[in-house]
Design a protein around this ligand. Sequence first.
Ligand code: ZN
Length: 60
Amino acid sequence: MKMQSKTIMQNSRMRNEIESSVSIVECYVCGKGLSEGNSISAKTLSNGIVLFCDVHYSMQ
Ligand SMILES: [Zn+2]
């Protein structure tokens, strides 16, 4: 029972972090956004979730 509630809490916390980090969808390096027709991909780094355009995603 205790373990179940802990798992649910961790999942919802993770979901909130993802939602807040993608509220502004633009490349972390050059700042290009989806509105300019770019493809933005998320990558999880040691310091959190970072978004990259096609060019910079392949460079990481
Ligand atoms: Zn970029």
